[in-house]
Design a protein around this ligand. Structure first.
Ligand code: C2E
Ligand code: MG
Ligand code: MG
Length: 566
């Protein structure tokens, strides 16, 4: 069908053109009337050529065969069409790959028939229709619904791109669903149960689909869905809600009752895509955004995110390197006993000593370290370093009345199997008395892992290590946890302290928290104390300890040492 002619021949009001148009309108077929020498006489102007090739009709017709036909199919195509052209009345069908303007290959069924001697057409008729390459579907353990794999999903998305491009009336969407806390699920229930759980997830997802849609399991706890006719991104969110509802309904598996949650990244065909990889990649970018924005479970991809994702990936890269190169140091914020205003310890706060940007605060990199798992290695470094430093300071400055060191543990560290051996190692290595080590955990660390948390806390307690509940008042603040778990100290978040007004207003909540903590035998640290007024009030309410800029900002090791020696 290729031609080197420079336009399409039909004269206005050409009957054949009308004919072809009438017959092919609304169809998915491209029909061309071609001279035996390859010159195109007429071509169906039904939008199919544009969709199949990505070129305008006239541009498509001006292309040479080598530019549009897959190199491996060229010779076969020429032989077949040459044979048809040489034998009036004959016809041939073959499978052919075209190269779309955006680079992906698309398979077509081609039909060529010789009508040279029929007295009407007197030319060759060539028809192209989209190849019947529906992705094969494989069966999942219990063969109930069809579940595809990654390659099949990509092929399905590729075919959808070819069929609908970014046609605004035929928007399709790809949903990438990631089940939360897979490692924890496997840890709690075992791989076999989790496999059954995931099989049920996929069955439920399949239940939401219409025949042309697909669901694929593309990783552990990771599913991709191709859904047609979702409408614009804003409309796709209704479908997302439906998916979330379906996935979060209760599961009963092998005697366990469980619920799971998931995040979803969405990419719609409103953007121009060349292949399935690109769509899936954008859905993954959106999913990682959802993972970072803890409160948002569904995120629709926006082009802007690509840039941010690059920045994020580069941060991950640098952080990985930083952990290897140990580009971190600790700052130490004094913790003061309010009665008598005595120094009683420090909280170790990590800083990234970035080669070009200087000190980076933990708020910027701890979340990334948590998402990537780097927090485990980083946390181990902090633990070792903090214990070593405190043991040394106690030997030099506070032998008779040793000070304690508080170290923050992130939820992921807390769930780590090796946590216990890391703590043991840090204590033995530094010769710090276990009673001088205080681990700070947040409620989310406990909530994510309740049963395991109880065991870890009891073990720590038996070893003499103390445990504080950090940032109390910011998360779920479930009082029942306070009853159930053996904390030593409760740290009131600085947002409560900041609300203590000049005339003592808003003090009731803090009062109630302190009273409750004391009732449970816990001691209280107030975080973020910035004024004498706050310090006096907290002291009056019976709060034992305080920490905040009023007493001291976090100090580097030399600053802390200067304080100790004075
Ligand atoms: P956090 O454990 O609640 O630490 C207290 C944070 O409050 C510190 O911020 C400290 O500098 C800040 N702060 C202390 N006093 C005041 C005050 O009077 N006013 C105000 N506005 N802020 C005050 P920083 O050092 O930026 O640390 C932020 C968070 O990063 C920490 O909150 C902790 O959750 C996390 N973090 C720090 N170091 C580590 C670490 O080694 N491991 C882990 N997992 N997390 C860490
Ligand atoms: Mg803390
Ligand atoms: Mg805190």
């Amino acid at each position: 069908m290729a031609t080197n002619r420079s336009g399409i021949a039909p004269k206005p009001a050409d009957v054949t053109t009308h004919w072809i148009q009438a017959v092919t309108a609304g169809s998915n077929e491209l029909v061309a009337i071609v001279r035996p020498n390859g010159q195109i006489l007429h071509i169906s102007d039904n939008g199919v050529a544009e969709r199949f090739t990505g070129y305008s009709l006239s541009d498509a017709c001006a292309l040479r065969a080598e530019q549009i036909i897959h190199a491996d199919d060229l010779a076969a195509m020429r032989a077949a069409f040459g044979g048809v052209a040489a034998a009036p009345g004959s016809h041939q069908t073959m499978s052919l790959r075209l190269i779309h303007r955006l680079g992906n290959e698309v398979r077509f069924d081609a039909y060529a028939a010789n009508h040279m001697n029929d007295g009407v057409v007197e030319a060759l008729v060539v028809r192209l229709s989209l190849g019947a390459e529906r992705p094969k579907r494989t069966m999942f353990p219990e063969p109930q619904a069809d579940v595809s794999d990654r390659a099949q999903l990509l092929a399905g998305i590729g075919a959808a791109i070819v069929r609908h491009g970014n046609d605004p009336t035929q928007v399709f969407s790809v949903f990438l669903l990631e089940v939360d806390r897979m490692t924890m699920l496997v840890g709690n229930y075992g791989q076999q149960v989790v496999d059954k759980l995931l099989a049920e997830v996929v069955q439920r997802l399949a239940g939401l689909l219409r025949p042309a849609d697909m669901v694929a399991q593309i990783g552990s706890g990771e599913f991709g869905m191709l859904i047609h006719d979702t409408g614009k991104a804003s409309e796709a969110s209704a479908i997302t809600d439906r998916i979330q509802e379906t996935v979060s309904e209760r599961y009963r598996i092998d005697g366990h009752t469980m619920t799971i949650s998931a995040i979803i990244g969405i990419a719609t065909s409103e953007r121009e895509y060349a292949d399935g990889e690109q769509v899936l990649r954008d859905a993954a970018v959106a999913a990682s955004r959802a993972r970072r924005q803890r409160r948002k479970r569904n995120v629709v991809f926006q082009t802007q995110m690509r840039v941010e994702d690059k920045r994020y990936m580069s941060l991950v890269d640098q952080l990985q390197n930083a952990v290897q190169q140990r580009e971190f140091c600790l700052h130490y914020q004094p913790i003061i006993e309010l009665d008598g205003r005595k120094l009683c310890g420090f909280e170790a706060l990590v800083r990234w000593d970035h080669p070009s940007e200087g000190l980076v605060s933990p708020g910027e990199f701890i979340p990334v370290a948590e998402e990537t798992g780097l927090i485990v290695a980083l946390g181990q470094f902090v633990l070792e370093e903090a214990c070593k430093q405190m043991a040394e300071w106690n030997r030099r400055y506070a032998a008779s009345n040793p000070l304690s060191i508080s170290v923050n543990l992130s939820p992921m560290q807390f769930a780590e199997e090796d946590l216990w051996s890391h703590i043991e190692h840090a204590l033995r290595n530094s010769e710090l008395d276990a009673r001088q080590l205080n681990l700070e955990i947040t409620e989310s660390a406990v909530l994510e892992n309740h049963d395991a948390a109880v065991l870890v806390l009891e073990k720590l307690k038996a070893r003499g290590v103390r445990v504080s509940l950090d940032d109390f008042g910011t998360g779920y603040s479930s009082f029942s946890h306070l009853y159930q778990l053996p904390y030593d100290t409760l740290k009131i978040d600085r947002s409560f302290v900041a609300r203590i007004g000049a005339d003592g207003e808003n003090i009731e909540i803090i009062h109630a928290i302190i009273a409750l903590a004391h009732h449970l035998g816990l001691r209280v640290v107030a975080e973020g104390v910035e004024t004498e007024f706050q310090a006096t009030h907290l002291d009056k309410l019976g709060c034992e300890y305080a920490q905040g800029y009023y007493f001291a900002r976090p100090l580097d090791a030399r600053g802390a040492e200067a304080l100790l020696s004075s």
